[in-house]
Ligand binder design. Structure first.
Ligand SMILES: NC(=O)c1ccc[n+]([C@@H]2O[C@H](COP(=O)([O-])OP(=O)(O)OC[C@H]3O[C@@H](n4cnc5c(N)ncnc54)[C@H](OP(=O)(O)O)[C@@H]3O)[C@@H](O)[C@H]2O)c1
Length: 216
């Protein structure tokens, strides 16, 4: 997005990491704005949209990317573990979509890109909490896309396999780093979705590692 000169509002908890990403956005040609956000807190989520509105009076693209995972057998997954996944991966995108819609509706072409996972469409062992949250996110995305059919807003879902970030090391240490999808590859696909303005629409993209099994 930054390479396309976008103003990018960055939201997460760690100021330090946000500043690091803001530096990359500037270097790539974009304009960063940091809004420290705790996605488990509704007021903090509302503040993210409010600040965006106050600073820019405009929002064209909402990307729900922040997420957490949990790796354990269902019997060893506490209710708190399950709730944390649901809260950050499903509840926060729901609140963000709801709060951002009035602004997106004013855009010439608005986009919502929700980042689910391959486990948004299937289930892996040891990931019942994470899988539940991503199925919930996918369900909400389909429903919202139907609601917004014919409007100025397009709603998309990305379902990636293993991507080379901090998260994957904790859940799939078995995948060699060289086989992982690069985060930039996911960003390129998201960029395609939000810049394509023709009559063809891709609702959902399933993105697997080249070394994984096709169609599964
Ligand atoms: N990596 C993979 O293999 C993979 C595969 C499929 C899908 N995904 C999905 O891709 C998305 C990005 O994941 P990633 O791999 O980049 O994970 P990551 O490296 O762990 O990054 C997660 C991001 O979410 C933010 N975050 C976590 N909890 C938060 C909270 N309570 N409030 C605000 N921000 C919070 C983190 O920032 P702070 O910690 O500073 O808050 C961080 O920026 C997630 O939705 C994930 O489920 C990842």
């Amino acid at each position: 997005m930054a390479q396309e000169s976008a103003t990018v509002v960055l939201a997460a908890r760690s100021t330090e990491k946000l500043q690091e990403v803001a530096g990359k956005v500037t270097k790539a040609g974009g304009k960063p704005e940091i809004v420290v956000t705790e996605l488990t807190e509704e007021e903090s989520i509302k503040n993210l949209v409010k600040t965006t509105n106050e600073k820019f009076s405009r929002l064209d693209i909402l990307i729900n990317n922040a997420g957490v995972t949990h790796s354990a057998k269902l019997e060893q997954t506490s209710t708190e573990d399950w709730q944390r996944c649901i809260s950050i991966n499903a509840r926060a995108p729901f609140i963000l979509c709801r709060e951002a819609l009035p602004l997106l509706k004013k855009s010439q072409a608005g986009y919502i890109v929700n980042i689910a996972s391959v486990v948004g469409v299937k289930g892996y062992p040891l990931q019942s909490a994470y899988t539940s949250s991503k199925h919930a996110l996918r369900g909400m995305t389909i429903s919202l896309a139907e609601e917004l059919k014919g409007s100025n807003i397009r709603v998309h879902l990305l379902c990636p396999g293993g991507v080379d970030t901090d998260m994957v090391g904790s859940v799939r240490p078995d995948i060699p780093k060289k086989d992982l999808i690069k985060p930039e590859e996911i960003a390129e696909l998201a960029l395609y979705l939000v810049t394509h303005k023709g009559n063809a629409v891709i609702d959902e993209l399933h993105i697997r590692r080249a070394t994984s099994t096709p169609w599964f």
